[in-house]
Design a protein around this ligand. Structure first.
Ligand code: CO
Length: 134
């Protein structure tokens, strides 16, 4: 079902400091910040040869990652995103296997304009998993 690792998302308390660290200390190709008000986050992409790292910072009062940063003030790995070719088929298969899809259970348009869904971390070894249709 799953294909490539699309990105690893890291919630960070200071987006410009984290961006600068990836740029200057790790020598990575780092994008500028992008505000996504409808998702309650500002993102920065670190483009790696084989995948991406997404640095996430809360935007607005109802950010889905505000609670995570409260519990992890130094930041931390927030989720992994795997690619799938058919998100509706993936959703049915996962639900049939007893996995819990977050929210109302149906795919949504994610931060990159593509259909995504999130799987309950308690069903996946304590890891929040995003599936993105590519
Ligand atoms: Co993501």
């Amino acid at each position: 079902m799953i294909g490539k690792l699309n990105h690893v998302a890291i919630a960070v308390p200071d987006l410009s400091a984290a961006s600068e660290q990836y740029r200057s200390v790790l020598g990575a190709d780092v994008s500028g910040p992008l505000d996504l008000p409808e998702h309650g986050v500002t993102t920065v992409f670190v483009n790696l040869p084989n995948s991406k790292i997404e640095l996430l910072h809360p935007l607005g009062d109802h950010s889905p990652i505000a609670g995570f940063l409260m519990r992890n003030p130094a930041g931390g790995v927030h989720h992994l995103c795997y690619e799938v070719t058919d998100i509706d088929a993936a959703q049915s298969q996962l639900v049939a296997a007893g996995m819990r899809v977050l929210g109302d259970g149906s795919p949504k348009i994610g931060a990159h304009g593509k259909p995504v869904l999130f799987l309950h971390p308690k069903d996946f070894n304590g890891t929040l998993i995003e599936l993105e249709q590519v």
